[in-house]
Design a protein around this ligand. Structure first.
Ligand SMILES: Nc1ncnc2c1ncn2[C@@H]1O[C@H](COP(=O)(O)OP(=O)(O)OP(=O)(O)O)[C@@H](O)[C@H]1O
Length: 304
């Protein structure tokens, strides 16, 4: 179920929460949305659900406009809100049955199975559950639906590590059934574990987007040397040329694709103290967010 946003922007009064975000999420993909608090992840998700009208640009699910055709769009997806609110005066078991009955093809047995895997006691009153238990209940409602598209706003928030692992397993199983999954998270290792593609939002803008496959090829080499490494980069084919940052005798070389041609090239140079490490999502994330601009600053500017 392809999901496409085209220069999607959302303004809350004077404040631009989403700024011309263009994304393409392919059918059957698990797509991770990262970004610090206030980056615009939930706003993007709410635009996809048609809960918010874009200020400009478009969002489509399977070719349907997320705002104008939202009723049809809702039949194709299952959504886990970041702050799921549920009837507090029901027992968990009755609530799961009620939600299964609301949806065509809904199965309370499947919902009970998911709840069981998440180790949730279904005899509890919803109002007396802990935050994590209510999160499990919301997940059981959402993940037991075989909708082509799952949209999960921080699905593992408030969960203990064992249950987090179960949720990631359920997401992988959804992918293997052909479901497309979009989920937001603050946990980089989760995104690395289950996602095919990752996007990082910063201050409402799309700051980074890449397939995990492409990211896994990228490596960083650090070394000390007396020569200027950039003077020798012409020996590599243009598509193999890495990014080189050199500060006196210390050099950092970041590959874009395969590591081996760069290593062969470096082997001919007088380098010392050489280390090689995968770039990884952590360093990409840290690099993007090392700049000072945060949403609260922009809000202050907007209201000044
Ligand atoms: N209804 C609203 N009115 C005004 N500002 C809003 C509204 N909803 C969100 N915002 C602001 O828009 C920005 C983006 O919020 P959003 O909830 O999309 O961020 P997020 O990336 O999901 O953050 P978090 O990780 O904390 O959940 C924030 O600065 C937030 O304060």
């Amino acid at each position: 179920m392809p999901v496409i946003t085209n220069e999607l922007s959302k303004r809350y009064r004077d404040f631009l929460a989403l700024d011309q975000v263009s994304l393409r999420i392919d059918d059957g993909e698990v797509f991770g949305l990262l970004g610090p608090n206030g980056a615009g992840k939930s706003t993007l998700i709410r635009c996809l659900l048609g809960f918010l009208k874009p200020s400009s640009g478009t969002a489509t699910v399977d070719g349907l406009d997320c705002y104008l055709d939202r009723v049809s769009v809702h039949t194709k997806l299952s959504y886990l809100p970041g702050d799921a609110r549920m009837y507090r005066t029901m027992r968990a078991r009755s609530l799961l049955k009620m939600f299964a009955g609301l949806r065509e093809g809904g199965s309370w047995k499947d919902a009970f199975d998911v709840a069981d895997r998440l180790e949730l006691d279904l005899n509890r009153w919803v109002g007396l559950m802990s935050t994590g238990m209510r999160q499990k209940l919301a997940l059981a409602i959402c993940l037991s639906v075989e909708a082509p598209l799952l949209i999960l706003d921080e699905p593992t928030a408030n969960l203990d590590p064992t249950v987090r692992g179960q949720v990631l397993e359920l997401i992988k199983e959804a992918k293997s059934r052909g479901q497309t999954v979009i989920f937001s998270s603050h946990v980089l290792s989760e995104i690395e574990d289950v996602c095919d593609h990752v996007a990082i939002l910063k201050s409402g803008k799309l700051a980074f987007e890449q397939s995990m496959e492409d990211l896994s090829w990228q490596h960083r080499v650090r070394a000390t040397t007396a020569i200027r490494v950039a003077d020798h980069v012409h020996k590599l084919d243009s598509e193999e040329r890495p990014t080189i940052v050199q500060n006196e005798d210390r050099v950092m070389i970041e590959t874009k694709g395969e590591l081996s041609p760069v290593l062969k090239w470096l082997a001919e140079m007088p380098l010392r103290n050489v280390t090689v490490e995968p770039v990884g999502l952590r360093s990409v994330y840290d690099r993007i967010h090392s700049a000072k601009t945060v949403a609260s600053d922009r809000k202050a500017e907007a209201t000044a």
